[in-house]
Design a binder for this molecule. Structure first.
Ligand SMILES: NC(=O)c1ccc[n+]([C@@H]2O[C@H](COP(=O)([O-])OP(=O)(O)OC[C@H]3O[C@@H](n4cnc5c(N)ncnc54)[C@H](OP(=O)(O)O)[C@@H]3O)[C@@H](O)[C@H]2O)c1
Length: 384
């Protein structure tokens, strides 16, 4: 049954609160909660804190307690099903039951196998009326906000977002490799806000050697830094690379061991991983599976044409984030060094999702057709 407009609006408020968990709650989902008293007054609001910290429901209950608002007989609107298991924190379903709430409205069921409907069952078993949205804007917004969490839990892969800054004629660097800066300061700041959403930022050794980027989140505030990952088959990342000096963890993933270079990188603070693929380079499917298994939900790719092409060609990119500058650069490097096509119908096809002006540039968001099918219960075959 569709939810009432009032329930939908309060669930949308819960999702808006959940946005504050970006850059904070990873690898846990981004969740918000609104509590009303039995008489319909706002009792408290909250959002999920850092991993191991209180979840949204507990934060909202604390706010209600601090404001002296009674919860017995009241209602909770939560953007994700309350947890039912003892993780690093006790189950939120139990806390809602103990508070004496009469009704809980949920935007989205939690597919995590320790929850997966058990939170709702537990609430119902305790006599609480539970309404779960089966469609509607709040459910959609909760899914979009947690696309990375849902992707890693439901298909064992991160949601891969590939970001490029390009000229109007599709160039991402001059022929000599220089690319700083094609887009303007507003687009760069916006790009950092997208990095902040990610559990990891991925680049290739080509970009590290050409640009010496830091790849951290600097231009917007954040509580946590995403893991920075460089695919670098021969461990050629210089130990003096700027990304090793920036705050946060760095993982260099290679394909052939090289004792001396590996020791130098370890001494410079890098974590190292060997994941050889059949072609002598890093196995990208295995890397993505490893990242998801280690809690990476959204993977933000900022790489050059070679790595971009490898990811796109393997069908591993779910979303494109393209900043287009109103400039023509003439000859230069492209977005992806894909092989020539024999026919137009062999093109990689995406759907436009959003288009916005950011400063002097345009931001285009596109999705690979079918990339989000897993959200609708379709099973996506695991990559080899
Ligand atoms: N405008 C933009 O948005 C933007 C963003 C980033 C970079 N860039 C520009 O891009 C240029 C660098 O591009 P690039 O293509 O040389 O470098 P890249 O795509 O960043 O890195 C490519 C390298 O990654 C390594 N790699 C390891 N495993 C791989 C795999 N399975 N598949 C593909 N590559 C793998 C390969 O080197 P090994 O085999 O030696 O490991 C490969 O040459 C620079 O000019 C930079 O300024 C532009």
């Amino acid at each position: 049954m569709p939810l009432s407009d009032a329930d939908e609006a309060l669930l949308l408020r819960a999702v808006a609160l959940a946005h504050h968990s970006i850059g904070l709650s990873d690898p846990n989902p981004r969740v918000g909660c609104v509590l009303h008293t039995a008489s319909g007054a706002l009792a408290g609001e909250g959002f999920t804190q850092q991993a191991g910290g209180p979840h949204a429901e507990v934060m909202a209950m604390r706010a209600a307690a601090a404001a002296g608002q009674p919860l017995a007989g009241g209602t909770a609107w939560v953007s994700l099903e309350p947890c039912a298991h003892h993780g690093r924190t006790p189950p939120c379903a139990d806390a809602l039951i103990a508070a004496g709430l009469a009704r809980v409205v949920v935007a989205l069921a939690d597919p995590y196998d320790q929850v997966a409907g058990r939170g709702i069952q537990r609430l119902r078993a305790a006599g609480i009326a539970v309404d779960l949205a089966d469609a509607g804007p709040a459910r959609q917004a909760a899914q979009a906000l947690n696309i990375g969490f849902l992707s890693r839990v439901q298909r064992g892969l991160p949601w891969v977002r590939l970001k490029v800054a390009a000229s109007l004629d599709g160039r991402t660097a001059l022929p000599d490799g220089r690319s700083q800066w094609i887009t303007g300061p507003a687009a760069r700041q916006d790009g950092h806000a997208w990095r902040r959403r990610a559990g990891a930022v991925l680049s290739g050794i080509g970009t590290v050697l050409a640009d010496d980027p830091q790849l951290d989140v600097r231009l917007v505030p954040t509580q946590v830094q995403p893991l920075r990952v460089v695919v670098d088959s021969g461990f050629n990342t210089p130990p003096t690379a700027k990304l090793l000096g920036a705050p946060g963890r760095v993982l260099v993933v290679g394909a052939q061991a090289h004792a001396e270079r590996m020791a130098a990188l370890r001494a410079a603070g890098a974590e190292l991983l060997l994941l050889p693929g059949a072609d002598g380079r890093v196995s990208l499917p295995t890397l993505l599976q490893r990242l998801a298994a280690n809690g990476v939900g959204e993977l933000h790719v900022e790489a050059g044409a070679v790595l971009n092409a490898a990811l796109l060609g393997a069908g591993l990119v779910d979303e494109l984030l393209v900043y287009t500058a109103p400039k023509l650069l003439g000859p230069g490097l492209g977005m992806a060094a894909l092989p020539a096509l024999a026919a137009l119908d062999q093109a990689l096809v995406f759907d436009f999702d959003d288009c916005q002006r950011v400063g002097d540039d345009l931001r285009l968001q596109l999705r690979r057709r079918g990339a989000a099918d897993f959200l609708h219960g379709h099973t996506v075959p695991a990559v080899a």
